[in-house]
Design a protein around this ligand. Sequence first.
Ligand SMILES: [Zn+2]
Length: 381
Amino acid sequence: MLGLGLTLPRPLPTSAELTVANEAAAPARGSCGTWVTCSAAGRGEGHVTRGRLSRERPKMVAAKRALPWLAASLRPISSTAAGSLPKQVKIVEVGPRDGLQNEKNIVPTQVKISLINMLSETGLPVIEATSFVSPKWVPQMADHTEVLQGIQKFPGVSYPVLTPNLKGFQAAVAAGAKEVSIFGAASELFTKKNINCSIEESLQRFSEVMHAAGAAGIAVRGYVSCVLGCPYEGKIAPAKVAEVSKKMYSMGCYEISLGDTIGVGTPGSMKEMLSAVMKEVPVGALAVHCHDTYGQALANTLVALQMGVSVVDSSVAGLGGCPYAQGASGNVATEDLVYMLHGLGIHTGVDLQKLMEAGVFICKALNRRTSSKVVQASSRL
Ligand SMILES: [Zn+2]
């Protein structure tokens, strides 16, 4: 983003120049791309002509001094500047599962329960509560039954749990799960290392779970990992992601969450991958799940929103990583995601203040620093 007070390396383009450039760059009108350019050029007042910029600079400086940062930045920008974006976004909070499962020290069950209860107070519609994996594989999630049964279930909030196989599914249902998630990957080697089977075998395991879920009236969400890169295979072909997504959707998953598990994607690779997947799965059934290893998670999410995706996974305080990909950061912080969405005038139903309090609570309990930029910035103000 260009700041208004920066010395510009070259003159800013005019609105007309931007329009021409964007139309030339965009393969299909309305499907992509105009917002990033407009935003970068005109964050302040939404206009980019050189004359206006220099005339308004003193006014902007004064306004910034007079107004609290948070309130000014959260002002929704005009829909013209934002391009085509959803009016509402469903946030799927994955911190208690995707985040905490990567913590080395076992987190006390009561801390997990308190965190989920605090998150339920924020207005989040979906909170992934835990994972019914074998404690041998993921000791951190060994208390899954106690967590699922110990949390307060808020009306209107879903508490899905991860179930890798039929055994996990049955244990989850016995503990009261009303929704489950299954997880596959677009990479053969990652699947092998993560769940010790081939992609094809993993799909067969899923079909057992899907069958049992259908009989029990339980909704199933599907994760596809490594959609923008794999620690073992490197780049993943968008066609492969589309193929796996299509299979999981055809099996009956109501939603497919596309995970940049190691956080190596860029807005460019996100756009390329989504374009391929959207040919096979309706965009209304897609979610994105971006880890922030290379600092691209918000930008990648924004591209997905521009392409019509309206479900985004995130993790309070940016908790998490990936046990099979050393150095991978957690998901995009939910606080930062909410801040961006509200700044775009997109409805989430989430109370940012309460969310920040939940993030502070878990960071204190884990004795770690928040990965949320919003919380870091706010605590300095
Ligand atoms: Zn993840």
